[in-house]
Design a protein around this ligand. Structure first.
Ligand SMILES: [Zn+2]
Length: 158
């Protein structure tokens, strides 16, 4: 699942290496090494530029972290998400549809964490697209929250 969601984002690395990249990404997360170490690892192994390696490392760590967290939430029975736009972007660079998704969320529209939010005609998760810094709030009950490590975006049911 991780691979299929990420495949299109790593165009500069031949597809036969995707599984290997996935393994390196999760090792980096598990070891707490994260971006810099992943970048060096990618540079060592593949014929890509420094800039490209950094972009891929940042992007993959963000995506994989979001996916792991989402899976923990779903495992705990949490399925309602509210799209949040990062808010920090250069003027004119924000994805209009992602800003709109956050406005839809403010009006009470939620999406199913198992599917993603319908944006531009396709079900999307925060950070799935390159350079997307969007995130989400969740709506959960107390008993569900006790089942996983609480993150800072949690909103408790009354
Ligand atoms: Zn976004």
């Amino acid at each position: 699942m991780i691979v299929t969601e990420n495949v299109n984002l790593i165009k500069s690395i031949p597809s036969q290496y995707f599984l290997e990249v996935e393994r390196i990404v999760f090792e980096a997360i598990a070891n707490g090494n994260k971006i810099d170490e992943l970048k060096s690892e990618l540079l060592k192994r593949y014929a890509i530029t420094n800039r490209r390696a950094k972009l891929i490392a940042k992007d993959q760590i963000k995506k994989a972290t979001e996916m792991l967290e989402r899976r923990q939430l779903i495992d705990a029975g949490v399925t309602k998400g509210f799209w949040l736009h990062s808010g920090n972007y250069k003027p004119g660079r924000a994805r209009k549809s992602h800003v709109e998704a956050a406005q839809r969320a403010k009006r009470g529209e939620w999406y199913d964490l198992r599917k993603g939010m319908l944006i531009d005609g396709r079900f999307t998760h925060p950070k799935e697209l390159v350079n997307c810094n969007c995130t989400r709030k969740i709506y959960a009950e107390l008993r569900q929250l006790s089942r996983f490590a609480v993150d800072k975006n949690i909103r408790m049911a009354a």
